[in-house]
Ligand binder design. Structure first.
Ligand SMILES: *[C@@H]1O[C@H](CO)[C@@H](O)[C@H](O)[C@H]1NC(C)=O
Ligand SMILES: *[C@@H]1O[C@H](CO)[C@@H](O)[C@H](O)[C@H]1NC(C)=O
Length: 181
């Protein structure tokens, strides 16, 4: 296995501590100064980097992917806070150990996606489709889950508890997640 660079290792450990333990206080690295950093979102990284050990962190913070096609992309260890994925095609995307606080996924389509250990606190999912997703270790504190569709989603039990505690998850979405009420 390749040795992680200092920054990658740091971010990976930050993300590890950030994921299900919501509200962990930590400092993010400064935004990557590479002017093409947002374009890297269309490439993603490979499954081999699924544990977020890579030479360079995928820094997609504040990038705009509204309405874009990111279907099948692997976004491992990505920093995605404040980014705009509204109405994006995220079908079959793989997000693992990602930090997506306050990002917008309004109207995004996550059909068949894998969402594993992602911090979605404060994110906007209004009208997003989670059809047939696999959802594990994700946090949704303060996220807007209104009008979401979780049909046939495979939701981890702790994830279900967290989702059901979110007051914006209402109506049929609650049944789909398996909430008691
Ligand atoms: C989106 O991207 C995927 C993967 O590159 C491709 O197979 C699919 O046809 C694209 N969909 C649209 C609507 O362009
Ligand atoms: C997310 O948004 C909330 C509310 O606007 C803000 O208090 C918080 O600092 C933001 N967090 C990040 C990491 O941007």
């Amino acid at each position: 296995m390749a040795l992680a660079s200092g920054a990658a290792a740091l971010a990976a450990s930050l993300l590890l501590s950030a994921a299900p333990a919501a509200h962990a206080e930590f400092r993010l690295p400064p935004i990557d100064s590479d002017p093409k950093r947002c374009e890297r979102g269309f490439v993603g990284n490979t499954i081999g980097q699924a544990n977020a050990v890579s030479d360079k962190i995928l820094d997609l913070r504040k990038c705009v992917y509204a309405g874009k096609n990111l279907s099948g992309k692997v976004l491992a260890g990505a920093l995605m806070s404040d980014a705009d994925f509204s109405n994006a095609n995220m079908q079959e995307a793989v997000l693992t150990k990602a930090y997506a606080v306050n990002a917008s996924f309004a109207g995004a389509d996550f059909t068949n996606a894998v969402l594993d250990r992602v911090d979605f606190n404060g994110a906007n999912f209004k009208g997003a489709k989670f059809v047939n997703v696999v959802l594990t270790g994700a946090t949704f504190d303060g996220a807007d889950l209104s009008e979401t569709n979780f049909e046939d989603a495979l939701v981890g039990s702790q994830d279900a508890t967290r989702l059901c505690a979110n007051p914006t998850l209402t109506g049929e979405s609650r049944d789909q997640v398996g909430c008691r009420q």
